[in-house]
Each structure stands twice: as C-alpha cells, then as structure tokens.
Ligand binder design. Structure first.
Ligand SMILES: Cc1cc2nc3c(=O)[nH]c(=O)nc-3n(C[C@H](O)[C@H](O)[C@H](O)COP(=O)(O)O)c2cc1C
Length: 275
C-alpha cells in the first residue's frame, strides 16, 4: 500500500497519506468481473484519507491528449449535501456517507489559451465531447478503485435532472458541467450482478454486425426475465401490463418519454459550441 501512495504522490506532487482502511486483496480483474452498483450502505464512515485516495486513483486515468479535462467535486458541506439529497429523493442516496460529482471541464484549456496568448482554434463539438469522455473515464476509475477497497458506489446521472440548481450550488463556471454524481460507502448487502447483453450482440469482429441483433435481444430479454425479472412495469398506466416484460420493453418505455431535453440548451449556455 505504501508503494501505491508513493506512486500517487509522485504523480500528483501530493501528500496523500495511508488510510486506516486496508486494501482488499483483490485484482482489478476480479473487481471488474464482480462489479455491481451499490444502493445500500452501512452507517460506517469512510475516512477522508481513503476518499481522497480513491479520488486520486480515479484522476490517474488516461485523458485525451493529456488535456485532463475533468474534475471531481467532493460534497463536504452539510447544507449542500442535504440539498443534494432532497433533489435526488432516494433514501439510499441520502444514506451514503460520501457524495461526489464528476465534471467535464474545458474551462482550464480555454484559460490556458488566454494565459499563453494563443487562439483556441478547436472551439467545436470535439471540445464538449473530449471533456465528457475524460470525465466518464475518471468516473469508471473511481468505481474500480472504490470496489478494490471493498467500498460500494453508484453513479448518478440523475443530478442532470437539476442542472440549474446543481450548477449554482457547485458554482460551476462556463465550460464546466456535471456529468454524473456518485454515492460512496460501505455496502450493506451483497449486491446482484446485473446481466449484460450477450457478447454476440456487442462484441463485433472486423465490422459492425446487426443481422441477428433482434433475436439476440429477444433471447436476452427472455433470459434476463427468467433470472432477474423487473420488480415493476414502467408507465403501466399508459403502456399496460405485459406478460413477458423484458429489458428492451423497459428501455423503450423509459425513452418513450423526453428526458433532460434541456441539456443541449444548458451546454450551449455554458459556452460550448456543438456544431
Ligand atoms: C453514467 C452513469 C449514470 C448512472 N446514473 C444512475 C442514476 O441516476 N441512478 C441510478 O440508480 N443508477 C445510475 N447508474 C447505474 C446504472 O443504473 C447501472 O450501472 C446499471 O443499471 C447496471 O447495473 P450495475 O452497475 O449494477 O451492473 C448510472 C450509471 C452510469 C454509468
């Protein structure tokens, strides 16, 4: 563990200290294979040293052209956390000892252009996209690091239902926007491995193949329904109750309703050019 901290301190020129919580003896492969999002936490706190260490491990992720266009905001202020919990409206979110927000950040880059007196000649969709991808990679590194310590976490794009308030609460300047929140804590339960689409549908060889996509999805729906049936049918009042309610029916129902249609306008207000 000391070697890990030394490496990070070298990388960040930081003074991270050893947390009291031990690193579980788990390989990255084991963590990835056993991944589950955690929506049930114990009361046990996570030490500030460990939270900082998980964030540092997350921020050690690769970044497009080394531009490092992503940041993490730890919500430590009690009032902000309370307000965040009110916005999220789930007891399991409120019960998590730690809440962080992953932000895409193209601001630093534009500031650097000002400070170095160079034109920013790449003010187009790529700037938004690269920063978003960098933030997503850091988010996933955070998940892996957390789970390697035996912590549980769950990403929350739901914070983007409250863009204006989150933006104001976190005082996000132009070209910095929230990609997702994340709860973190010690898992109270085992968690259930969520089934994924079969590799035949998502792992392609030499070209994109979709000749059998529908049958792959039908089979996946059937299999998933047998093993992990949905506890409720989404928008049943409108779409009715069907016998074999599968993943694809659920996702089609979910996205039959507009969700975050204001996001593009918000991103444009934040100073990004999307063409
Ligand atoms: C970018 C991102 C945003 C997510 N947002 C939410 C969310 O708002 N609420 C939630 O309960 N889960 C959220 N999740 C968790 C997914 O629902 C979860 O990853 C998916 O159902 C698969 O389950 P698993 O992670 O346990 O394998 C999010 C995951 C990602 C990667």
């Amino acid at each position: 563990m000391k070697k890990i901290i030394d490496r990070l301190n070298h990388r960040f020129a930081s003074q991270l200290t050893l947390p009291s919580e031990p690193l579980k003896d788990r390989s990255a492969v084991e963590v990835l294979a056993g991944h589950t999002s955690c929506r049930e936490y114990t009361d046990q706190p996570v030490s500030p040293e460990l939270v900082e260490l998980v964030c540092a491990l997350a921020l050690a992720a690769p970044a497009k052209s080394d531009l490092q266009q992503r940041d993490i905001i730890l919500i430590e202020d009690k009032d902000k956390r309370r307000r965040m919990n009110e916005l999220m409206r789930h007891d399991w979110i409120a019960s998590a000892p730690v809440f962080v927000v992953f932000c895409a950040n193209n601001r630093r880059q534009t500031q650097i252009h000002e400070w170095r007196q160079k034109t920013f000649a790449n003010d187009h969709l790529d700037a938004f996209f690269n920063a978003s991808v960098d933030a997503g990679i850091v988010l996933q590194n955070f998940v892996i690091a957390a789970q390697a310590f035996g912590l549980g976490c769950c990403p929350l794009s739901a914070i983007r239902f409250h863009l204006d308030e989150v933006n104001e609460m976190l005082e996000l300047p132009d070209r910095v926007f929230p990609v997702a929140g994340m709860t973190l804590g010690w898992p109270a339960g085992q968690g259930e491995i969520s089934l994924r689409l079969p590799l035949e549908a998502t792992l392609h060889r030499d070209r994109y193949r979709e000749e059998e996509m529908k049958s792959h999805i039908d089979n996946y729906d059937r299999h998933r329904n047998e093993i992990q049936p949905s506890s409720r049918q989404r928008y049943a009042a409108e779409f009715g109750e069907v016998e074999n309610y599968g993943w694809s029916e659920d996702k089609a129902r979910q996205y039959a309703k507009p969700e975050r249609a204001d996001f593009g306008a918000y991103i444009v207000r934040k100073g990004f050019r999307l063409e």
